[in-house]
Design a protein around this ligand. Structure first.
Ligand code: NDP
Ligand code: PYC
Length: 345
């Protein structure tokens, strides 16, 4: 099968990673980004689709387009990188996207982590509308441990509170291991990502219990009730709520970015991207206590498997990635038509 052919008897099509990336790049450029920003965002979004991270794959493209068209974000922003201290890099994303800001600071950050053993990247004045694992996984591929947090937009009720305040505030972690892909997890601190609520609403599906409340603060499994005046709950009650609070502190207060409740996009109809901040902590494990870290993390995985564990975080993504690499990235034919319209219209 050609990697870009439409499957005639089904409603899905398969595209190679390269073809999908090129199509997404055209969309970004068509709607006002620079070529370099388009490349970073297109690769990020295509990677998410390739790995089956659907809540942040091509589903996000209309949101990117409406945000760019609204003038809320600067698609041509040039990040300003500030070498603050031996283990500290700060980036003003200049009201642009967070990933190009990370790309601009990456080499400096890695060299600081390798010489000091640890380095911090604080990004502010930035928009993050994507999955977080693509920001950390490549560091672990290079033998580094990485942790990142980003805050989003008010839609989560802190545990024990009456109204939404926090964002969905994900935490992503990546660590190398000796035998296999790095250990990576990436999770929203809300009971469910906002993107998955939108997908459930679109498909007419109900949410599992305990995810959200309606506009009156009553528990609901109706995604539309959550989206239209309702809110989400943190995962794990007070524990997830504490982690979400930590993300607000690290991604916003520490970086100089906005808290999830601090920006007002009402003057920009169509704006979808949270204007917040992001923190990345990078550790060089070769500087730690003598033993080989990658061997130690492999031993942990070995013991987890011996204890009966069948699925590590990241296993599903890697399985989907392998399938996509073999057969092309499966995309709904309707979604592909929409992407082509966005690239042309
Ligand atoms: P999930 O709950 O789907 O998954 C969270 C993590 O747990 C993943 O690493 C996943 O691995 C792993 N996992 C899931 N189920 C199992 C299982 N049964 N056993 C072992 N591991 C498991 O993610 P969320 O819905 O919380 O988040 C989805 C995405 O949304 C994330 O990429 C996040 O970054 C993004 N997001 C982005 C925001 C932003 O502001 N930019 C805001 C909020 C969320 P695997 O991937 O292999 O399934
Ligand atoms: O899915 O919660 C989410 C989200 C917020 C911003 C980008 N994704």
């Amino acid at each position: 099968m050609s990697a870009s052919s439409l499957d005639h008897d089904s409603s899905t099509t398969h595209l190679s990673y390269e073809k999908l990336t090129m199509l997404l790049q055209r969309i970004f450029i068509r709607h006002g980004t620079s070529e370099s920003v388009a490349q970073v965002l297109a690769e990020n979004c295509a990677s998410a689709e390739r790995d089956g991270a659907h809540s942040h794959g091509v589903f996000r493209m209309p949101g990117y387009v409406s945000t760019l068209n609204s003038g809320w974000v600067n698609g041509k922003a040039v990040p300003i990188v500030d070498d603050v201290a031996s283990g500290f890099v700060r980036v003003d994303a200049a009201n642009g996207f967070a990933q190009p800001a990370l790309a601009a600071a990456r080499a400096l950050l890695v060299s600081k982590a390798r010489s000091a053993g640890i380095a911090l990247l604080a990004i502010h004045n930035s928009h993050h509308f994507a999955a977080l694992w693509p920001d950390v996984e490549p560091f672990a591929d290079e033998g580094l441990v990485a942790l990142s947090v980003v805050n989003s937009m008010t839609c989560v009720v802190p545990h024990g509170a009456d109204r939404p305040l926090f964002g969905t505030n994900p935490i992503a972690f990546a660590a190398p291991r000796a035998d296999g892909a790095p250990i990576v997890f990436d999770l929203a601190t809300s009971a469910i990502a906002h993107g998955d609520v939108q997908i459930a609403a679109r498909k007419g599906e109900r949410l599992p219990p305990g995810m959200g409340v309606d506009s009156l603060g009553q528990p609901t499994q109706d995604p539309k009730a959550v989206l239209e005046g309702g809110a989400l709950l943190p995962f794990g009650g007070h524990k997830g709520s504490a982690l979400s609070m930590m993300v607000e502190l690290l991604a916003a207060a520490l970086t100089g970015g906005n808290f999830s409740f601090e920006f007002n996009w009402s003057d920009h109809p169509g704006a979808r991207t949270p204007w917040t901040g992001q923190l990345v902590i990078l550790i060089d494990p070769s500087k730690t206590a003598g033993q080989n870290f990658a061997e130690r993390s492999q031993e942990l995985v070995r013991q987890m498997h011996a204890a009966g564990l069948r699925r590590l975080p990241g296993d599903r993504r890697h399985r989907t990635r392998a399938k996509s690499q073999e057969a092309g990235i499966e995309i709904d034919a309707k979604d592909l038509r929409l992407l082509r319209e966005l690239a042309e219209g």
